[in-house]
Write a protein that binds this ligand. Sequence first.
Ligand code: HNI
Length: 147
Amino acid sequence: MVEWTDFERTTIQEIFSKIDAGVVGPAAFSRCLIVYPWTQRYFGSFGNLYNAAAITSNPKVAAHGKVVIGGLEKALKNMDDIKTTYKDLSVLHSDKLRVDPDNFNLLADCLTIVVASQMGQAFTPDVQAAFQKFIAVVVASLRKQYH
Ligand code: HNI
């Protein structure tokens, strides 16, 4: 069971209220596919991922980026029990999609970079610490059903 301080709760809610999910999701997900090209292997049905320009202008990539943020918002609404909230999502990524769980951290890092660039000066070390903790719990919960 994860304990959250009032500062962490408020900060994480504020981050999500400040960022534009329609920008951050696609930007983070396309960055992950570009910087770590082996992550493309799970998205064979997404069409043209040939280079950075193709990835950033691919509507399926943008749509999936928003889906990922939708997943994070679900965690945000259930901060006291992210593991249970993510049970089905974890089973999906492990048993069905067979995503190497190391990739979760790569996408998480891309999310941090994009959120930081959106928030600018407001992304202080304290704010980053709260965000990093939230993302770490999300990743641990996604990993939970792997065996
Ligand atoms: Ni992920 C589908 C959330 C990381 C590969 N993923 C989803 C869905 C959500 C989601 C939500 C939609 C589920 C549904 O349809 O019921 N994924 C998340 C979150 C993270 C994450 C919150 C980490 C922060 N997923 C990753 C990573 C990969 C990944 C790192 C691979 C590199 N995910 C997939 C694939 C699908 C998927 C593949 C199915 C996509 C499709 O549309 O076919």
